[in-house]
Design a protein around this ligand. Structure first.
Ligand code: WTA
Length: 710
């Protein structure tokens, strides 16, 4: 293996990561006020893990029995690589497992969701103010019974719109309880949900709806973020226009009134039409629907949801998860990674948006199944902004709700570090017991800061490594059992046969960089890329195989190494996707957006190490000279701004390039391949780009020098 697996995203930390020798042993459960750890020692973990790999069917059979099944499964697994069927013949329902079963067991009055909306006006600093905010944050608490009533009503409303078992319902909503209700309502009637993160643009919505063949969308008139209204309905209306041009009929849009002043909604009334789409207000339909709706009996392998994620080629792919396996895996990983226990005063908070897989598995499904209250928040960590800069919303949420497990992303932690230690120091964080991180490698400095300033040196940190495709945690410390090392996600989850191998499938020795693979199926694994068998097989199951039997292994597209203790250190992606602030972006998505602008001839996008975001997006763009001439335009700051907002409009604000560098032409090999590695080096080598430079990059010389290396 050459240096090919090495991506620049990790270069910023590689030195410190390689020299990292600190080790933090697990602490006794009682020191954190836990009755016990689910798994309390490394020996216990090792024995269980060994058993789970030696006898996966026996192991998963027991785990699956923790769910409520309408009909028990006949077989644990049918495996014909890369196709897995888990818990064959079993019938169950996801909403039933998250909601109904708890109500039936007598826990209807227990809190299921605690929600905090964005405070809509900035905080006052007037000394006489008793409130931390000019207006107290809006808080709603939903019990399991509330969820039962609301999901039943929403399910009936969806049914009335013609939604049937097997249909795909698109959900594009702010972080409000109704988002959880909409998701669970789909599950209740056996419709698959396809949630689109609220930061995506109309084009992204329309592409996903076409790909999924989705004819119903649930949205809201807007959501709050940093005091501004995110115009969700306006984006949906724009998407409906695009969909019409494609001949894709969206039959119904169900719209929640969240911001009320109807910036986008105009004078919309239930029954209005936008093209062929009938519009419905949530309060006219869901609120008036019957609250009796039985849970559909779903086959274990029936689709539960689609979630679109970026790939290195083509448009985002619809990752397909099914019911029995996904639920078994997320209830187990949630329970073990965070030591969840019902009735123990726990409040779990994962700060991710439900539009990402982390929100699916660890804001909703995994936490609700374990009957621990899950906190949902709307807004951003720095709103209301503090006079000195930054914000303390997260710490005030933890203190106000006595959060016991807190799960966030390294990019957020690095931002908090920058804002200063005094912000968390001013809050009572003594309720915290377990801290988690997810989404990208965490640099040891950020890990230590999290440990000292948030965990106050008491709380174990679980660095959970996983993907949209894996459904849940695949490598992570178990907090009572595994000593942690800053920057390492430590050891595989029970039932996950993870290895680091070379291209030939041979396991590598300590500290040798290689490819991350999983050798055996696990219940949370994706079952496909929606409507694209070829992509499913080629993306995940073609690169690595068992050298002896030839059976394909799952390849995550991450580079990794294991140290002398067998601990995993994930080094970052080896394909052409970039993790920007923990969000996955395909370089090709950004490139396609750029070339769709009339000024652009060619574009190449690479990741550059970034102190806070992990990676920033750098776009090299060559322009159409005739267009520039004809329009009297120049490769200047104005054009850069225009291209940046063009990308935001085409994909979403999260895809905005941090740098746009104009080039005469892009460096290519003789066979015409863009020399990405060269571009990465060029992008990473420049500390600061002067934004007003109009010099064109001249790659002709370097390209020639580098040609043989690619
Ligand atoms: C990266 C997010 C290092 C990795 C749950 C993976 C991580 C991609 C970690 C999946 C971690 C996630 N340490 N890298 N703890 N967690 N990643 O699908 O590159 O949005 O392939 O799922 O995030 O991103 P996705």
């Amino acid at each position: 293996m050459g240096a090919g697996w090495y991506t620049p995203g990790m270069s910023q930390n590689i030195e410190s990561v390689l020299n990292e020798t600190r080790k933090f042993p697990p602490v006794p459960a009682a020191s954190l006020g836990f009755a016990r750890w689910h798994i309390g020692s490394e020996e216990e973990y090792r024995a269980l893990h060994a058993r789970s790999i030696a006898d996966p069917e026996g192991f998963w059979r027991e785990e699956a029995k923790r769910l409520a099944w309408f009909r028990p499964f006949d077989r644990v697994l049918e495996w014909s690589a890369p196709d897995a069927k888990w818990f064959v013949g079993g019938k169950l329902n996801a909403c039933y497992n998250c909601v109904d079963r708890h109500v039936q067991a007598g826990f209807g009055e227990c809190e299921a969701i605690i929600w905090e909306g964005e405070p809509v006006s900035p905080r006052t600093n007037h000394p006489s103010s008793t409130s931390r905010y000019a207006s107290e944050p809006e808080i709603r608490r939903l019990t399991y019974r509330d969820l039962l009533v609301q999901t039943s009503k929403a399910a009936n409303a969806l049914k009335a719109l013609g939604v049937k078992k097997g249909d795909v319902v698109t959900i594009y909503m702010p972080m409000v309880p109704e988002l959880a209700v909409a998701i669970l309502a789909c599950a209740r009637i056996g419709a698959a949900h396809s949630v689109i993160f609220g930061g995506f643009a109309p084009t992204a919505i329309s592409e996903r709806m076409i790909d999924a063949g989705s004819r119903v969308i649930v949205t809201a008139d807007g959501g709050y973020r940093r005091g501004e209204v995110v115009p969700l309905l306006r984006n949906v209306e724009e998407a409906l226009g695009l969909l019409r041009n494609h001949g894709h009929v969206v039959e119904h849009a169900l719209v929640l009134r969240r911001v009320g002043h109807e910036v986008a909604a105009g004078a919309m009334k239930t029954g209005d039409k936008r093209g062929e789409t009938v519009m419905h207000w949530w309060h006219d339909t869901v609120d008036r629907a019957s609250d009796a709706c039985p849970c559909a009996e779903m086959d274990s392998e029936d689709m539960l949801f689609l979630l679109y994620t970026s790939g290195s080629t083509g448009k985002p792919k619809g990752i397909l998860h099914t019911t029995g396996g996904y639920l078994t895996f997320v209830q187990m990983t949630a329970r073990l990674s965070f030591n969840l226990m019902p009735d123990a005063g726990q409040v779990f908070w994962c700060s991710a948006d439900i539009g990402w897989v982390t929100g699916h598995s660890y804001v909703l499904y995994g936490i609700l199944m374990n009957r621990v209250p899950t906190l949902m928040y709307e807004g951003a960590p720095n709103f209301p902004a503090l006079p000195g800069g930054g914000g303390d919303r997260f710490w005030s949420i933890i203190a106000r709700h006595r959060v016991t497990q807190f799960y966030t992303a390294p990019t957020a932690i690095r931002t908090f570090m920058k804002w200063g230690d005094h912000l968390p120091a001013a809050h009572d964080l003594s309720s915290l017991k377990v801290l988690g991180t997810v989404g990208e490698p965490i640099n040891p400095e950020a890990w230590i800061w999290y440990h000292e300033h948030i965990g106050r040196k008491r709380c174990p940190i679980v660095d959970t490594y996983w993907q949209t495709e894996t459904g849940g945690h695949i490598v992570t410390p178990l907090p009572g059992a595994i000593a942690t090392k800053p920057g390492s996600c430590t050891l595989p989850m029970l039932g996950v046969d993870a290895v680091v191998v070379n291209e030939a499938g041979q396991e590598l020795g300590p500290n040798q960089g290689g490819l991350f693979a999983i050798r055996k199926p696990w219940p949370g694994m994706l079952r496909g890329v929606y409507g694209n068998r070829e992509r499913f097989v080629s993306n995940y199951w073609s690169r690595l195989k068992d050298p002896k039997t030839g059976e394909p292994w799952y390849f995550s597209a991450d580079g990794a190494r294991r140290d002398e203790d067998g601990y995993f250190w994930v080094m970052g992606r080896v394909d052409d996707v970039i993790k920007v602030s923990g969000h996955l972006l395909g370089t090709m998505e950004v490139e396609s957006a750029l070339v769709s602008h009339p000024a652009v001839a060619e574009a190449a996008v690479v990741g550059v190490p970034h102190e806070i975001k992990g990676n920033a997006i750098c776009a090299f763009v060559s322009l159409k000279t005739h267009w520039l001439k004809a329009n009297n335009r120049h490769p200047d700051e104005l054009l850069r701004k225009e291209l940046t907002s063009h990308v935001a409009k085409e994909v979403g604000a999260l895809a905005k390039p941090d740098q746009i560098r104009f080039a005469d032409g892009l460096p290519k090999t003789r066979s015409g391949k863009i020399m990405r590695r060269l571009l990465r080096d060029v992008a990473a080598g420049v500390e600061k780009i002067t934004q007003d430079t109009t010099t064109l990059e001249d790659f002709s010389v370097v390209a020639k020098l580098r040609e043989n290396e690619e």
